[in-house]
Design a protein around this ligand. Structure first.
Ligand code: FEO
Length: 171
């Protein structure tokens, strides 16, 4: 059973995750437009991962007998100066999401809501991986800055990213 406050915050987090998906879809569209299909693929996989995050919270609220309430998704950014700019904006956004997850964990601890605390640990770990991926790509984009061949090599590498659907618990 979720407190009213926790239910409200979890519903907000569904919105944050769907916004994340929308933001990365926008970055994917921009990457395609400027001829970087590998970057477009990477961001489209990220879009799919964000929808999985949203659905995890959606399912959790339902499992706890709460009501999922969806709200408007704000318009994503559409203008980017460069691939580096896209990834810097991605990292900034992911740091914001990490902060949201941390706030949710703080609330779960405060409310002694152990179930939600355990549920949120998956997101805590996921955020370490997400920020790590972004930091890694930002570092490499800084190395290849101004080098078209280097950028195309990185684009080729990012084209290999594959979305792995979550394994169903079978429950
Ligand atoms: Fe769902 Fe990128 O955090």
């Amino acid at each position: 059973m979720l407190s009213e406050k926790m239910l409200e915050r979890l519903n907000e987090q569904i919105n944050n995750e769907v916004y994340s998906a929308y933001l990365y879809m926008s970055m994917s569209a921009h990457s395609t437009h400027i001829g970087l299909k590998g970057f477009a693929n990477w961001f489209m996989v990220q879009y799919q991962e964000e929808m999985v995050h949203a659905m995890k919270i959606y399912d959790y609220i339902n499992d706890q007998g709460g009501q999922v309430l969806l709200a408007a998704i704000k318009e994503p950014l559409t203008e980017f100066e460069s691939p580096l700019d896209m990834f810097e904006k991605t990292l900034t956004h992911e740091r914001f999401i990490t902060g949201c997850i941390n706030d949710l964990v703080d609330l779960a601890v405060e409310e002694k809501d152990h179930a939600t605390n355990i549920f949120l640990q998956w997101f805590v770990t996921e955020q370490i991986e997400e920020e790590g991926n972004d930091n890694d790509i930002i570092a490499r984009l800084k190395i290849v800055e101004g080098d078209g061949n280097g950028l195309l090599m990185l684009d080729k590498e990012l084209s290999t990213r594959v979305f792995t659907p979550p394994v169903s618990s079978g429950a």
